[in-house]
Write a protein that binds this ligand. Structure first.
Ligand code: 5GP
Length: 198
């Protein structure tokens, strides 16, 4: 049986539009041990999003209530909406699985304070010109939202130094391989530590 202590929590952060949602889904498809953390958000669902799968979509009132009750490991206000990671979901999942978080730098800072978590923090960046093309191409935001997301790039990347690894996403496959190597090497290290001590 996989030991609880051997399970890891991988955070993928990036400026909006760099491709982390695609990458997290790709990791989960290849590695069954990984579950994606489903955040709570006050943002409205996009046409392709499913409640309980992509996010738990909640009202602002409900979100604030959960925050006041201390139910989140972390939460942040991003582009006028709230996003947060429920403690209960993480604590239950980590007993049997590795977890992937698609969260921003504010959430990463808050999660880092919990020293008992086996965190691997990865920051993805891409060329600024490339980013604008992606935001337009994915067709999920209004032009006003695209502008807001694009202009947050500079302030967002200032937080790269809070992460363990920085990866440039020029090519999705190469980027995926790099993330895979990081994950596999961390899992291997942990399993050899626990073997030595068991
Ligand atoms: P989107 O609206 O494009 O789905 O997400 C906007 C940003 O919110 C992304 O950078 C994403 O990583 C971040 N995000 C999603 N869920 C959470 C969360 O639970 N906590 C934090 N801090 N950020 C989140």
């Amino acid at each position: 049986m996989v030991k609880d202590e051997e399970n890891i929590m991988v955070i993928l952060s990036s400026p909006s539009g760099v491709g982390k949602t695609t990458l997290t889904k790709k990791i989960q498809q290849k590695y069954q041990s990984f579950k994606i953390s489903v955040s709570h958000t006050t943002r409205s669902p996009r046409s392709n999003e499913v409640d309980g799968v992509d996010y738990n979509f909640v009202s602002k009132k409900k979100f604030i209530q959960l925050a006041n009750e201390g139910k989140f490991y972390e939460y942040a206000k991003i582009f006028e909406n709230y996003y947060g990671t429920l403690k209960e979901n993480v604590d239950k999942t980590i007993k049997k699985n590795d977890i992937l978080f698609d969260i921003d730098w504010q959430g990463t800072k808050q999660l880092s304070k919990f020293k008992n978590l086996n965190l691997v923090k990865i920051y993805l960046i891409t060329d600024k010109k490339e980013l604008k093309n992606r935001l337009i191409k994915r067709n999920q935001n209004t032009s006003n939202e695209i502008e807001k997301r694009f202009s947050s790039y500079d302030s967002d990347i200032k937080h790269w130094s809070d992460y363990d690894f920085i990866i440039i996403n020029k090519n999705l496959e190469t980027c995926f391989k790099q993330i895979e190597n990081i994950i596999l090497s961390r899992k291997k290290n942990l399993s050899s530590i626990f073997k030595d001590f068991s």
